[in-house]
Design a protein around this ligand. Structure first.
Ligand SMILES: *Cc1c(COP(=O)(O)O)cnc(C)c1O
Length: 357
């Protein structure tokens, strides 16, 4: 265990909190943030909670040039009896270290950082909104800060956690989305960085997302980068198919992000004795099953929306309308159960939630 001690500098003024049904995602931040530094030879040190504010970085800081940058995303939820719950935060810190490993960033001590993260959320607990569907989004991230233009791993880093209250993803209830199956651009390939939550993966998708949006789609479904045949995932969601009573999701292959929601949905389905298989799913196989009338539901999974039903897939000019653009029964049941556990409305038989004291 580390010998670091957390230093707290309180903010002198408190910002006004927005009405929780009126916050656009990711633009409002709380009064404080967590910062910790790394230096080669010294390790992670100087953990601090300080007033939220801009950073001063050298223009040669390596993150600006070579992109050593990883992040996580999780949420804190307020229960009806005013407790604050986190959903499987240990999985996010584990994954942060997996992403860091891929990007040659030194690992954090997961237990130590878990304690800091909880102290930050505890200090900012008045920022956790209470309207149903709202939460406090938690964004841990690491950037390389050594001023050096030589290509290679930085010898200095900053780990930070910022917090942002977020409104309901689906203000008017679960709404099925239209998704374009991307057959030109690639997000990730096996052996690349697809399994890491690293900055460049997302900007690599912007062009495809922009052209899909122009054609009326909400996002893109990525296929494998080599054959453009096997289904991978959507923007920042994993994908599931209910086919002929069975649930299928693409198996983790090194280029797909291992979602905490994905993992939880699989465990939940198994506990309900609903068959779920992780395997390769080819887009032409899906289309054939669709033509046979066997594709019953499709949904994306991720921290932001939990479950995002897919109402339509567009692939090379072919349109697949799923469940008549309506929410499937299983999608709704999964959504209700996961959000119920997250907000303390339902019992948590899996030990997924962690209370912040
Ligand atoms: C974060 C993310 C997901 C979903 O992961 P969760 O842990 O469930 O939030 C899926 N795909 C990508 C590319 C992501 O960045």
């Amino acid at each position: 265990m580390s010998e670091n001690t957390l230093q707290l500098t309180k903010s002198e003024n408190q910002k006004a909190k927005p009405a929780s049904d009126q916050v656009p995602f990711g633009t409002t931040f709380t009064d404080h943030m967590f910062v910790m530094d790394y230096e080669e030879g010294q390790g992670w040190h100087n953990p601090q909670i300080v007033p939220y504010g801009p950073l001063e970085l050298d223009p040669a800081a390596m993150v600006f040039h070579y992109g050593q940058s990883v992040f996580e995303g999780l949420k804190a939820y307020r229960t009806a009896d005013d407790r604050i719950l986190l959903f499987r935060p240990d999985k996010n810190l584990q994954r942060l270290n997996l992403s860091s490993d891929r990007l040659s960033i030194p690992p954090i001590d997961e237990e130590e950082v878990m304690a800091y993260l909880q102290q930050l959320v505890s200090l900012e607990q008045d920022w956790v909104p209470s309207t149903p569907g709202t939460s406090l989004y938690i964004r841990p991230f690491i950037i390389s800060t050594e001023p050096n233009l030589a290509v290679g791993p930085s010898r200095k880093y900053k780990f930070m956690v910022i917090l942002s209250p977020v409104g309901s993803y689906f203000a008017g209830g679960l709404k099925p989305v239209i998704i374009h199956v991307e057959d030109q651009f690639t997000r990730a390939v096996k052996g690349g960085t697809g399994m890491a939550k690293t900055a460049g993966n997302y900007s690599a998708g912007y062009q495809a997302q922009a052209s899909a949006k122009k054609k009326g789609n909400a996002d893109v479904l990525w296929l494998d980068g080599i054959e453009k045949k096997y289904i991978e995932e959507v923007g920042s969601m994993n994908i599931f198919f209910k086919i002929d009573g069975e649930v299928v999701t693409p198996e983790l292959n090194g280029s797909i992000l291992k979602g905490v929601t994905r993992m939880s949905i699989i465990e939940l389905l198994r506990s309900w004795d609903i068959p779920v298989t992780e395997r390769r799913v080819a887009i032409d196989e899906l289309h054939r099953l669709y033509e046979e009338g066997k594709v019953e539901e499709i949904f994306g999974t991720g921290t932001a929306a939990v479950i995002s039903p897919v109402g339509e897939l567009n692939w090379m000019g072919r349109k697949m309308v799923i469940n008549n653009h309506e929410i499937g029964e299983l999608s709704q049941r999964l959504y209700d159960t996961v959000t119920g556990i997250q907000t303390g409305k339902l019992e948590d038989p899996f030990g997924w939630v962690v209370e912040v004291k």
